[in-house]
Design a protein around this ligand. Structure first.
Ligand SMILES: Cc1cc2nc3c(=O)[nH]c(=O)nc-3n(C[C@H](O)[C@H](O)[C@H](O)COP(=O)(O)OP(=O)(O)OC[C@H]3O[C@@H](n4cnc5c(N)ncnc54)[C@H](O)[C@@H]3O)c2cc1C
Ligand SMILES: *[C@@H]1O[C@H](CO)[C@@H](O)[C@H](O)[C@H]1NC(C)=O
Ligand SMILES: *[C@@H]1O[C@H](CO)[C@@H](O)[C@H](O)[C@H]1NC(C)=O
Ligand SMILES: *[C@@H]1O[C@H](CO)[C@@H](O)[C@H](O)[C@H]1NC(C)=O
Ligand SMILES: *[C@@H]1O[C@H](CO)[C@@H](O)[C@H](O)[C@H]1NC(C)=O
Ligand SMILES: *[C@@H]1O[C@H](CO)[C@@H](O)[C@H](O)[C@H]1NC(C)=O
Ligand SMILES: *[C@@H]1O[C@H](CO)[C@@H](O)[C@H](O)[C@H]1NC(C)=O
Ligand SMILES: *[C@@H]1O[C@H](CO)[C@@H](O)[C@H](O)[C@H]1NC(C)=O
Length: 532
């Protein structure tokens, strides 16, 4: 699934699964000690051995690779985890935490595997993977308008199970159905309903987590500080989320979607310039994102930029048309550009299923097509001028490759939630968020070249976006912003990227981390460091 959804382009990429990988030299005693530890900590009737894969197990590689969504990290040079555990019981996770700690092993938790930097399944030190694929039940209570979701569930599964019970309830989260709720809710979760209902994390009302001592806690027993931190502070820092309780939100039985594409000759620049002033002020029922792509011609001179306006409206075509005529007449939206459907069908539509696929497609956990990719993000607080866009287009067209630029409007409910209510700080004052999404096929120098080009565009964009700090969205994880290689990173070092993701909330995150995990057991290249 492409993260910009719907029917735009997409080159089919074939996954090249490489079989040989390097194992870190491990003392066999660490492995043995870990195995004997988990066996003493697991229930005899449900032994962990039934869900523990060693590298010699014939299923090991296919399980490891199955949700490596970014082909950049499917490399023969990747260090193998010592073990992969696919728990079927919470007690398996508790045992794994206790025994990893006792044996100095790093734990990587994987829900949907969409981490942009692959941090849920790769490492440079001795590690194990806890893959939550088997813990993914979704229990919907339509009377109370809530649901309990296990952390291994995907967004598609959540949407499917809500729609299975009601056609007037939905949930505000991301567009790609294979994204896991374990990582997604932990980092915020933006999507087509955010202008009306906020982030996924804004709608989480309880959670179960396994802490650093292997204890299970829920909202009451974890306390409000930790409950605050896990709703946007990013996955992998505070413990292992077992499940989330969410508030479901009302959606009308009929919604309307449209997609309108304009090239430079058709006034795309003026439309996009105008869009910046109004998309964040539209009725909260109306979400209109803009996606720019370079449409290559035979020569650079024939290349153009296409801007695609993609929209979800919580109402009928008859209500939408006058609204658009009033607030964005320049786009010239026509009834024939619009399609009415159920909200659940709109989740299929934004996932790129536009050929009448059944909603069962939402249950498919396999991302297709997989790509080599790199993402970066920005927040825009001042509209970019027409001349600004003209120089951006020139720069995008000039290169051998350029990222797709996805602009998601904020405003509405996003403005009404305070910047400190959750760790996600990019609220009032931000017009829209940008995602730069570069993808490519395998090639000798392709990765090096495309990474360099993505960084070049990011640098080029700096005059046009937020600064001091330049904002970034933690769910579009970007190790270019800074990284750590060892567990004992200092707060100061980490604040280089921490303040980009979290602004002033970074300090509170580090204090919470110090309260719940002072020895920094749950760590990765961009986790929150403990600080007093
Ligand atoms: C194709 C694609 C489309 C996307 N579309 C959107 C979108 O529309 N909106 C949006 O906001 N984002 C989007 N994202 C980004 C996505 O939200 C993040 O990558 C998210 O973190 C992925 O969650 P995951 O569980 O699939 O990933 P994982 O790789 O499994 O996990 C991500 C991080 O969270 C940690 N983690 C996972 N499970 C747990 C757990 N149970 N407890 C604690 N930590 C955990 C991992 O260790 C890792 O650090 C998209 C990404 C991709 C690849
Ligand atoms: C692989 O591991 C699983 C889970 O422990 C086990 O059930 C299975 O028998 C193992 N298969 C092989 C071939 O070792
Ligand atoms: C809900 O799911 C059940 C079981 O899969 C299925 O039989 C039923 O048709 C679904 N109902 C709706 C309204 O989708
Ligand atoms: C949803 O999509 C399915 C499959 O294409 C179709 O049969 C159904 O009529 C659609 N329902 C609505 C309300 O749009
Ligand atoms: C799930 O999606 C993948 C990728 O598109 C496809 O190959 C597979 O057949 C699908 N599985 C089912 C059960 O439809
Ligand atoms: C935001 O707050 C304003 C003023 O309190 C209110 O009128 C509006 O309905 C709120 N919007 C949302 C989406 O909560
Ligand atoms: C890859 O890059 C190297 C160094 O820049 C260059 O010498 C080589 O020709 C490139 N290979 C290909 C296939 O482009
Ligand atoms: C940090 O940890 C690494 C190993 O994890 C160790 O080699 C190094 O000495 C530590 N540094 C400090 C300052 O404690």
């Amino acid at each position: 699934m492409d993260p910009f959804g719907s029917s735009i382009l997409i080159i089919l990429l074939s996954a090249v699964f490489m079989s040989s990988s390097i194992s870190l030299a491990t003392s066999s005693s660490t492995s043995e000690n870990f195995l004997s530890c988990v066996s003493t900590h697991s229930e005899p009737s449900n032994p962990i051995s039934a869900v523990l894969y060693t590298p010699t197990n014939s299923s090991f590689s296919s399980i490891w690779h199955s949700t490596i969504q970014n082909l950049r990290f499917l490399s023969s040079r990747a260090h193998k985890p010592l073990f992969i555990i696919t728990p079927t019981l919470n007690s398996h996770i508790q045992a794994a935490v206790i025994c990893s700690r006792d044996n100095g092993l790093q734990i990587k938790v994987r829900s949907g595997g969409h981490d942009y930097e692959g941090l849920s399944y790769r490492s440079t030190v001795e590690f194990i993977i806890i893959d939550l694929r088997n813990l993914r039940s979704v229990t919907v209570d339509t009377a109370k308008r809530t649901a309990w979701i296990e952390a291994g569930a995907t967004l598609g599964e959540v949407y499917y199970h809500i729609a299975n019970k009601s056609n007037t309830l939905g949930f505000p989260a991301g567009l790609c159905p294979t994204v896991g709720v374990g990582g997604h809710f932990s980092g915020g979760g933006i999507g087509t309903l955010m202008r009306k209902y906020g982030l996924a994390a804004d709608n989480v009302i309880d959670a179960y987590i396994v802490d650093v001592n292997g204890k299970i806690r829920h909202r009451k027993s974890m306390g409000e500080d930790l409950f605050w931190a896990i709703r946007g502070g990013g996955g992998g820092s505070f413990g292992i989320i077992l499940s989330w309780k969410i508030n479901l939100v009302p959606v009308p039985p009929t919604v309307t979607v449209f997609e309108v594409t304009r090239s430079l000759n058709q006034g795309a620049t003026q439309l996009l310039n105008r869009w910046q002033y109004i998309a964040n002020k539209f009725s909260e029922d109306l979400f209109v994102r803009a996606v720019s792509i370079v449409a290559g011609g035979a020569t650079k001179a024939e290349s153009t930029i296409l801007v695609v306006f993609e929209s979800l409206f919580l109402g009928s075509v008859n209500e939408l048309l006058p609204l658009m005529q009033q607030s964005f007449p320049e786009l010239g939206l026509q009834a024939q550009d619009c399609t009415e459907m159920s909200w659940i069908n709109s989740t299929l539509y934004f996932a790129g299923y536009t050929n009448g696929e059944s909603i069962d497609a939402l249950l498919n956990r396999t991302l297709q097509p997989k790509a080599f990719y790199k993402g970066k993000s920005d927040f825009v607080t001042q509209p970019i001028s027409i001349t600004g866009f003209e120089s951006i287009w020139k720069e995008l067209i000039a290169g051998d490759s350029s990222p797709v630029i996805i602009m998601d409007p904020l405003g509405g409910r996003m403005n009404n939630i305070s910047a400190t209510a959750t760790p996600f700080p990019h609220r009032a004052g931000n017009l829209y968020t940008i995602q730069y999404y570069m993808y490519w096929q395998a090639g000798v120098n392709a990765t090096k070249d495309h990474l360099a080009r993505t960084r070049e565009i990011y640098n080029f964009m700096s005059p046009y976006v937020s600064n001091s700090p330049r904002g970034a969205y933690v769910n579009y994880k970007d190790l270019d912003l800074g990284r750590i290689e060892v567990r004992n990173t200092s707060y100061t070092e980490a604040s280089v990227w921490g303040t980009k993701y979290f602004k002033n909330n970074f300090k509170r995150l580090a204090v919470v981390k110090n309260m719940v995990d002072p020895t920094n057991f749950f760590w990765d290249e961009q986790s929150i460091p403990p600080s007093k």
